[in-house]
Design a protein around this ligand. Structure first.
Ligand SMILES: [Zn+2]
Length: 244
């Protein structure tokens, strides 16, 4: 995600009202709930389920701490890894997989796939998929576009490569380093709203940054711990693949 995407999501009411005429391309390209440029897996109608998903890793400092927390609570998660970061940390990728979490594709180098050629889209997805599969020896079946950004070719190519596109329905700007309490409070409000609508929550947090492997992600990890503690007694944490 970027401030651009965030702005569009914040301005959604206006964008949706204007339809595709003015700014509609950005709505179709960036809004997670839009199906205009193809459908993606978000979450089923099951208010008892939560999926914790982590984007942009693996990160040598924060991903191991996150794995420890998830193990402590005995909950699974889905990791949308960057091929570039995975290639630099193959042992960590194997550790994520060995712990029973799901490994998924978040492109190789995190470009906007709304602004990339078809050849580039194919190359980014293939290179990341091949990197992850060579490291873990297991097929990779899910893909989340960087920034959620897509154009019609993005999801079509993903599906041609055997990858199911995944978006989300619960995210806040955890990457901009607000406090863990702020991140958890905003996500909790979204989770509760989804629950009232009978929907499961597909929650995005970041255990790394696509820009800077020294980015501080402790607040995101602490927010994940707060959500685990809050919801473990009454909800079920699942991997994304349990929804297909
Ligand atoms: Zn990302």
């Amino acid at each position: 995600m970027t401030p651009i995407a965030q702005t569009w999501i914040a301005g959604l009411g206006t964008a949706a009202g204007l339809g595709l005429a003015a700014g509609g391309w950005a709505y179709a390209s960036l809004y997670p709930g839009s199906r205009i440029f193809g459908s993606a897996l978000i979450a089923p109608n099951n208010p008892k389920e939560l999926a914790l998903t982590f984007d942009d890793g693996p990160n040598p400092e924060f991903t191991p701490r996150l794995l420890d927390m998830l193990a402590e609570h005995g909950i699974p998660a889905t990791f949308f890894l960057l091929g570039r970061h995975a290639a630099a940390q193959p042992g960590l990728v194997r550790r994520i997989a060995a712990a029973g979490h799901q490994i998924a594709n978040h492109s190789f180098s995190h470009p906007s796939l709304a602004r990339s050629s078809e050849a580039r889209i194919r190359q980014e997805l293939t290179q990341a998929r091949d990197t992850l599969e060579q490291i873990t020896g297991a097929p990779v079946k899910f893909f989340r576009p960087p920034f959620g950004a897509r154009r019609p070719a993005t999801f079509r190519i993903a599906r041609e490569l055997g990858l199911t596109p995944v978006l989300w329905n619960a995210m806040t700007s955890d990457w901009s380093c607000p406090s863990a309490d702020q991140i958890a409070a905003k996500l909790t409000a979204k989770i509760e709203k989804l629950n009232r609508r009978g929907r499961a929550a597909n929650i995005v947090l970041h255990d790394a940054s696509h820009l800077d492997q020294t980015a501080h992600r402790a607040p995101s990890l602490e927010a994940a711990r707060l959500l685990a503690e809050r919801y473990k007694p009454t909800r079920t944490f699942v991997r994304i693949d349990s929804w297909v």
